[in-house]
Design a protein around this ligand. Structure first.
Ligand SMILES: Cc1cc2nc3c(=O)[nH]c(=O)nc-3n(C[C@H](O)[C@H](O)[C@H](O)COP(=O)(O)OP(=O)(O)OC[C@H]3O[C@@H](n4cnc5c(N)ncnc54)[C@H](O)[C@@H]3O)c2cc1C
Ligand SMILES: NC(=O)c1ccc[n+]([C@@H]2O[C@H](COP(=O)([O-])OP(=O)(O)OC[C@H]3O[C@@H](n4cnc5c(N)ncnc54)[C@H](OP(=O)(O)O)[C@@H]3O)[C@@H](O)[C@H]2O)c1
Length: 554
């Protein structure tokens, strides 16, 4: 049995017939089609971020499905873009490392008998409001964005096809605007909270997805184990568990659920003693919390560099620790873009080798942090790990396994994934993956035979250099190639099925060019040359008008 973790602990139970390398390569002709084993009428979607909303739109536009249900653990749609001051709890640093990857962020506690319902009355039997609030917050899982965060994708790119931004939005939109935009999209679909639509269930976390079997143990669908945790109007809290059955499931649970903190010797001991002072970027909210402090931010990508910019006006001393050798194929491109944003009064330091033991009774600032290059840093009050997230689903922590086109779970394609690629424009790309899902499940398009799916998968593995971190990273050229594939595949089938023809997304390369130049132009180049990675080499650092153009309304 392969037990796979979804999102923050949600588990998919899959009988392991997916050992692809054992499948013979005498594949049938590619014209042979995959035949679904049961009709697909009732569909569940996990998550109401942009990926889940896109899936709902595509599925509900097909005149085929009987029941489309969307389950969202948060109280509102918008996913990652639903900012709150609430903070995700600290995870023990061991989690996410080595063989513990499967623990994810929490382990669901599933009652023996279902359905199950319990009401917690505050201050009765010693139940404290504070503890119940912690449970509620952990259930909805605060999202990993901070108070001042803006989109690092320009609005024309970060746009749902067919649902345009209102005129006047600035390209680098504040997260609150992206959230309002997504809420408007949910309203347009009739599934915002408050729409009273039985298709959507907020505050509802999917704990477990398991195969539904008949008496002969043949799979006939999927069963979802659900948990709701809400505060009632009278101040009590209600927890309920129940099951619902579906023919197919779209997992749109997001990619940023399990924080990664590297296993640096001594860090576990430091975190146990100083949990407030050692946090992951998903727990970071306000720059003012670093006022007067000496801070190390770790990482060289968007979170770490964004946070070092955010604390700049507050922290007394600000270091950014970056490693020299990355095991991530995305690192060179990513660093170019992000290190340009680092303010000049942030000192870039090397990778941390170890945290030396701090004598009992001393505070964190007495601790010594040893870098790989032998430098010792002391006097640090706060560490923020902007060191990314683990891939949470059907995985060894680095990527999602055994998917055709990074969407359909090959062993049982009634399970499909939205939004799993990295380096794509999630808002527009998601339209095509959700159309593929809805059309395949409604019979408007067809998958190749299973052996052809596996053959395609292993060719993809070879093309992408093996199963490893960054496996689902597409980059611009690959994204364009995949989009052409989706459009030509779905349109060629539409000729016979009568489905609507799809267009490629509009070409926004000119805007992207403008955007990238503006980002580079906004950089204050360090006189020591520390931050001038590429802006100057392109001769664009002085072209401030680019920046102005992009920050203007459009
Ligand atoms: C700090 C940060 C900044 C970012 N900035 C940008 C940016 O500027 N531009 C850009 O294009 N992208 C950005 N991204 C990427 C961002 O993830 C995408 O923009 C987008 O939010 C992905 O949408 P999604 O629906 O796939 O996932 P999410 O937005 O993460 O939504 C997933 C939803 O699933 C729900 N869920 C998860 N597990 C369960 C469960 N078990 N049961 C029920 N519900 C569940 C979650 O609560 C969530 O609402 C950023 C990401 C981060 C972390
Ligand atoms: N809108 C915004 O402003 C914004 C802000 C934050 C995040 N985001 C988005 O959110 C997503 C996640 O971004 P992220 O920055 O959280 O994660 P990320 O892109 O995965 O980057 C993780 C960083 O951690 C570093 N790292 C990992 N292990 C390390 C170690 N042992 N020592 C030092 N550094 C280590 C990596 O270094 P290497 O470079 O060496 O591999 C990398 O720089 C991205 O899509 C990003 O665009 C957007």
């Amino acid at each position: 049995m392969l037990s796979a973790i979804l999102a923050t602990g949600l588990t998919v139970l899959l009988t392991s017939t997916c050992l692809a390398h054992r499948i013979p390569f005498n594949a049938p002709t590619d014209s042979a089609q995959y035949e679904f084993e049961w009709p697909i009428k009732d569909v569940a979607i996990i998550g109401a971020g942009v990926s889940g909303l896109l899936a709902y739109r595509s599925l509900s536009e097909k005149d085929h499905f009987k029941n489309i249900r969307i389950f969202e653990r948060d109280e509102k749609p918008g996913g990652n873009w639903h900012y709150t001051d609430e903070i995700a709890r600290s995870i023990p640093i061991e989690i996410g490392e080595t063989s513990d990857w499967w623990k994810a962020d929490y382990v669901p506690e599933i009652p023996e008998k279902l359905p199950f319902c319990r009401t917690y009355k505050v201050e009765s039997n010693g139940t404290r409001k504070e503890d119940l609030e912690k449970k509620r917050i952990q259930h909805r899982q605060p999202k990993p964005i901070w108070k001042t965060l803006r989109a690092n994708t320009p609005a024309p790119q970060q746009q749902v096809p067919g649902f345009t931004w209102p005129p006047g939005v600035e390209w680098a939109s504040h997260h609150s605007k992206v959230q309002r935009y997504l809420r408007s999209f949910a309203s347009w679909l009739g599934i915002n909270n408050g729409d009273d639509n039985p298709d959507v269930s907020y505050n509802t976390r999917v704990e477990l997805v398991s195969k539904r079997l008949d008496k002969s143990r043949k799979q006939i669908g999927w069963s979802l184990l659900l948990r709701k945790f809400v505060e009632n109007e009278d101040g009590s809290y209600r927890e309920a568990y129940w099951e619902e059955n579906f023919d197919a499931v779209v997992v749109a649970a997001g990619r940023f659920n399990i924080p990664h903190i590297p296993a640096i010797p001594g860090l576990v001991e430091w975190q146990k003693r100083f949990p407030e002072q050692i946090i992951h970027s998903r727990q970071y909210r306000f720059g003012s919390t670093t006022k007067g402090k000496n801070v190390i931010v770790v990482g060289a990508s968007a979170s770490a560099t964004g946070i070092s910019l955010d604390i700049n006006a507050f922290a007394s001393t600000s270091y950014l620790s970056i490693r020299e050798d990355s095991n991530d194929p995305r690192a060179p491109v990513r660093r170019q873009t992000h290190l340009n944003q680092v303010p000049p009064n942030t000192t870039i330091i090397g990778e941390i080798k170890r945290f030396r033991s701090i004598p009992a009774g001393e505070d964190i600032s007495k601790g010594e942090i040893e870098l790989l290059n032998g430098t010792i840093i002391t006097g640090i009050d706060q560490l923020v790990f902007g060191t990314g997230q683990e891939q949470p689903i059907v995985t060894d922590g680095t990527h999602v396994r055994s998917l055709y086109l990074d969407v359909f779970y090959i062993d049982q394609p009634t399970l499909a994934f939205q939004g799993q690629n990295v380096g794509i424009q999630t808002f527009s790309y998601g339209k095509y993956t959700s159309e593929a899902i809805a059309r395949v499940w409604s019979g408007q398009a067809h998958l190749p035979h299973k052996q052809a799916l596996w053959r395609h998968f292993w060719n993809t593995v070879e093309e992408r250099g093996g199963l490893k971190k960054g496996f689902q990273w597409l980059q611009n050229q690959a994204e364009a190639r995949y989009l052409r594939h989706f459009v030509s595949w779905l349109n060629s089938e539409a000729v016979t099925t009568g489905a609507k023809l799809l267009d490629l997304p509009p070409d926004v390369s000119e805007q992207m060019d403008l955007w990238m130049k503006a980002r580079a132009a906004g950089v204050t180049v360090d006189p020591n040359g520390r931050n001038d990675f590429w802006g100057d080499s392109l001769g664009i650092n002085q072209e401030i008008e680019w920046k102005k153009a992009v920050l203007d309304d459009w």
